[in-house]
Design a protein around this ligand. Structure first.
Ligand SMILES: N=C(N)NCCC[C@H](NC(=O)CCC(=O)O)C(=O)O
Length: 448
């Protein structure tokens, strides 16, 4: 049977803005309160999706969430009409208003953790939306992410959907940004690598001191239990707390893996040698393929450069014949030492043979590179056929979504625009139309 790794990219929502909401994420804080460009942000994302589709990959779209989240404001005591809720929040709690306006659902690497059917005991594809407890604006996402995923993978024979983990920092879960699946072929059982930042129930273990570790060991274990994974196909690894303190707020900012490749910075993990031995031996029991650990040393690229350019927030995609392309942000090309590194990498004896650069600057300025924008779902032919076909990229969908963006999105958004009640109305009109284009049903609070 044929098998694929499908990438579901977050469509940037109409309220994309720079609010400086993510302590520990350098770009988010550096660009706080700048004017954003929602229309061009959405188009940059669509261009990347279309390019991957044109490369012959299976590419899908994950719908944005409704923002502002007026229900959250009402839960916090603001009352009356929508306009009055916005006015009160703008006056009394402008920082809360900014948070409920965030278009952060675009970073779908944080939407969920996904285990393919080849790894799970019941042979279904399992989905657990991430609870994203560490940041208030992101903790508003799991319910709607779950509903959208159910509308995309709506077939009980093939897909199992779990509720997000309990909403507490002890089970802080950031989803696929900290989860990497290594395998021979996408439809063969593989090794799921869960990376965490701290142990919630054991304070004697190492943890960062400056910035938060968003994801816990206990959350990794819970997701692995829910997904019915066998111990022979799971490795838990701790992120180096020092790199979290240097702005590596998710593991996908410092390493990326695909099939038989793990591309990583030498400072990414704790107990690297021992853990790599475990990966190597578990992988060897699943696949005959040679495994490639591709290390980037600090004297080649520093952690600071990695955080600035997002060298590791790249996508490694299969381009056939055992070869892979690396999908990198333009910032990597613009940095002389990183681009020299990549030029050299593709000449080496590893599966990575090609580098393609994309302009996703609007998202990058909030700390979201190419890999943040996509959720990977390995599917076989039957599972792909059981997926909602309206969310899959095509010439037609690309053109429909570009027209939809032109019709509904503003060119610019700044902080004062968040008080404008028209933005609520515009966003709802856009999303109502989008649910029809993508055949999602009533997934948004305003539709229910
Ligand atoms: N690495 C991955 N997979 N995802 C990147 C997420 C970026 C996101 N930025 C923000 O939420 C900033 C929003 C603002 O400041 O307006 C975050 O920090 O959670």
């Amino acid at each position: 049977m044929k098998h694929f790794e499908a990438n579901f990219d977050g469509l940037v929502g109409p309220t994309h803005n720079y609010a400086g909401l993510s302590v520990g994420n350098v770009a988010s804080l550096n660009n706080a309160k700048d004017t954003s460009n929602p229309k061009s942000a959405a188009k940059q994302g669509l261009q990347k999706m279309k390019a991957l589709h044109d490369m012959g990959l299976v590419q899908g779209v994950l719908a944005p969430h409704e923002r502002p989240d007026l229900d959250a404001l009402r839960r916090l005591g603001f009352s009356g009409s929508d306009t009055s809720v916005l006015e009160q929040a703008a006056k009394q709690a402008p920082q809360v208003l900014r948070a409920v306006y965030s278009a952060s659902s675009m970073w779908t690497a944080n939407a969920a953790t996904v285990s393919p059917s080849a790894d799970t005991a019941d042979k279904k594809v399992h989905f657990t939306p991430a609870n994203l407890t560490n940041k208030f604006h992101r903790s508003l996402e799991p319910e709607t992410s779950g509903r959208i995923l159910k509308a995309m993978f709506n077939n009980e024979q093939h897909f199992a959907h779990h509720q997000h983990l309990p909403d507490n920092d002890h089970f802080g879960d950031e989803g696929a940004a900290n989860h990497t699946r290594l395998c021979g072929e996408y439809d063969q059982a593989g090794v799921e690598l869960f990376v965490y930042g701290r142990h919630a129930f054991d304070s004697s273990k190492p943890a960062p001191v400056k910035y938060p570790a968003r994801h816990t060991y206990e959350a990794c274990e819970a997701v692995s239990r829910l997904h019915q994974l066998d111990e022979s196909g799971v490795v838990y690894m701790q992120q180096n707390p020092d790199v979290i303190d240097q702005g590596v707020f998710h593991n996908d900012v410092i390493s990326v893996g695909n099939q038989n490749v793990l591309f990583y910075h030498e400072q990414a993990f704790l107990n690297t040698a021992e853990k790599f031995k475990e990966i190597q031996s578990k992988f060897a029991k699943k696949s005959d393929k040679e495994f490639h650990f591709i290390k980037v040393a600090t004297d080649q690229v520093s952690v600071e450069q990695a955080v600035k350019t997002y060298l590791f927030n790249t996508q490694l995609v299969d381009i056939g014949n055992g070869h892979m392309a690396i999908i990198a942000p333009m910032e990597c090309k613009e940095n002389p030492s990183v681009s020299a590194y990549l030029d050299n990498l593709i000449t080496q004896n590893t599966p990575i043979k090609q580098v393609n650069y994309f302009d996703v600057k609007q998202s990058m300025r909030n700390g979201g590179g190419p890999a943040c924008l996509r959720l990977r779902v390995a599917l076989n032919e039957q599972e792909l056929a059981a997926t909602n076909q309206n969310v899959l990229m095509s010439e037609q969908l690309f053109s429909t979504l570009n027209t939809w963006v032109d019709k509904h999105y503003r060119d610019e958004l700044s902080e004062s625009d968040l008080r404008d009640p028209m933005l609520v109305i515009e966003t709802r009109a856009a999303l109502d139309e989008l649910t029809q284009i993508l055949n999602l049903g009533s997934v948004y609070p305003f539709q229910r």
